[in-house]
Design a protein around this ligand. Structure first.
Ligand SMILES: NC(=O)c1ccc[n+]([C@@H]2O[C@H](COP(=O)([O-])OP(=O)(O)OC[C@H]3O[C@@H](n4cnc5c(N)ncnc54)[C@H](O)[C@@H]3O)[C@@H](O)[C@H]2O)c1
Ligand SMILES: [Zn+2]
Ligand SMILES: [Zn+2]
Length: 361
């Protein structure tokens, strides 16, 4: 039977978000209905609201979530009602060209629920990243549910569903940060700080945090940054070079999503080093670089979607490290809020005093 639940809708470009009643159908074949326990507010939700991702309004926002599987549709074997899961936006298909080459972390054909959730008047909703978890319940593809140890707090677990996984994976999976590497991270929000925590986990030597806000730099230090640079007052390229023997860092991770900070990352990297773009640009942004510098500086320029993660491999492993006390995922949760507070959380994101606001149910 279709269920009526409360969810947070972005009705149109730049309009304030609001809580509305949404209709969640019973799961069809390959689908699951999940009772959401917690969902973090990610910058990508704000991008959706601002029309920076696409124009498929109205959106059902929220995608960094954990919950309990309530019911599953026909043919679902990977999860069962009662399982504690993190929702992922990489439900590996097993059949696309990436999967068939043994690279499921790049799956090009990840799937979502086939049925639509709607408003009471029948308007179809576009769930953010195919999830839509600022809602008491949501409908997803069963492959979007990754089972993890229920001993972890739901607020902490949910963060692995997007930003924290994207950041840790940008360092460990995409950037290939290893023991002794020097790393610089530009932009120290939830994603950048996770890249810092991931670099520490991987055994990086120097970890240089760059931001325009001193409070963010303070938090970055707690996550594992060994040096901090406020790029409002100091040229970050020069500062990073100075801190790395005059050469630049082995891996520079851009976690803002701006051409200006991307250029900083490009020039703050040592010859043959790696630049990882994990920040998400908006459609009008363009980048101009001397092609000779692209050639002459060597190395690799990579983008990181979701930290090149494989949810079935990475989520349980990172939760395990957290439960062992080796990865402080709890430090990312600045505040827990109610479903009606998402608009305020966007404002706080701009004020810069939170890493993550997490909606709890
Ligand atoms: N690639 C992915 O899979 C993925 C996943 C999640 C989020 N993201 C993206 O990552 C980016 C960061 O997300 P977040 O949730 O951490 O956002 P956030 O708003 O919490 O953090 C952004 C940080 O960048 C800093 N900043 C802004 N302008 C800067 C500048 N010019 N120089 C240095 N620092 C600057 C801010 O002070 C803030 O600390 C966003 O673009 C988001 O959409 C990407
Ligand atoms: Zn695939
Ligand atoms: Zn996100």
């Amino acid at each position: 039977m279709t269920q009526h639940v409360r969810g947070v809708i972005a009705p149109g470009k730049n309009e304030p978000v609001r809580v509305e009643t949404i209709l969640v159908p019973d799961p069809g074949p390959g689908e699951a209905v999940v009772q959401v326990r917690a969902c973090g507010v990610c910058h990508t939700d704000l991008h959706y609201k601002q029309g920076g991702i696409n124009d498929d309004f109205p959106f059902l926002l929220g995608h960094e979530a954990s919950g309990i599987v309530e019911s599953v549709g026909e043919g679902v074997t990977e999860v069962a009602p009662g399982d504690f899961v993190i929702l992922n936006w990489r439900a590996v298909c097993g059949q696309c060209r990436a999967c068939l080459r043994g690279r499921p972390q790049y799956c090009f054909n990840t799937h979502n629920a086939r049925q639509k959730m709607t408003l009471e008047d029948g308007t179809e909703l576009s769930p953010a990243l195919g999830i839509g978890a600022f809602a008491e319940k949501t409908l997803v593809a069963a492959g979007q549910c990754t089972k993890v140890d229920p001993a972890v707090s739901p607020a902490v677990a949910g963060l692995l569903g997007c930003g924290v996984m994207a950041g840790i994976g940008a360092a460990i999976n995409t950037g290939g940060v290893g023991r002794g590497d020097s790393v610089a991270v530009i932009g120290c929000g939830g994603v950048g700080d996770a890249a810092i925590a991931g670099s520490r986990l991987a055994g990086a030597g120097r970890i240089i945090a760059v931001d325009i806000d001193d409070r963010k730099l303070e938090m970055a230090r707690r996550m594992g940054a060994t040096h901090t640079v406020n790029s409002r007052s100091t040229d970050p390229v020069e500062a990073i070079r100075e801190l790395t023997g005059g050469f630049g860092a082995d891996v520079v991770i851009e976690a803002v999503g701006h051409p200006e900070t991307y250029k900083q990352a490009f020039y703050a990297r040592d010859l043959a080093g790696t630049v990882v773009l994990v920040g998400v640009p908006t459609p009008e942004m363009t980048l101009e670089l001397p092609l000779l510098d692209v050639f002459g500086r060597g190395g690799s320029l990579k983008s990181s979607w979701y930290g090149d993660c494989l949810p079935s491999r990475d989520f349980p492993m990172l939760i395990d490290l957290h439960l062992q006390g080796r990865l402080d995922l709890g430090a990312f949760v600045t505040e827990t809020i109610g479903l009606g507070d998402v608009e305020k959380a966007f404002a706080r994101m701009h004020e810069g005093d939170v890493l993550r606001s997490v909606v709890e149910f």
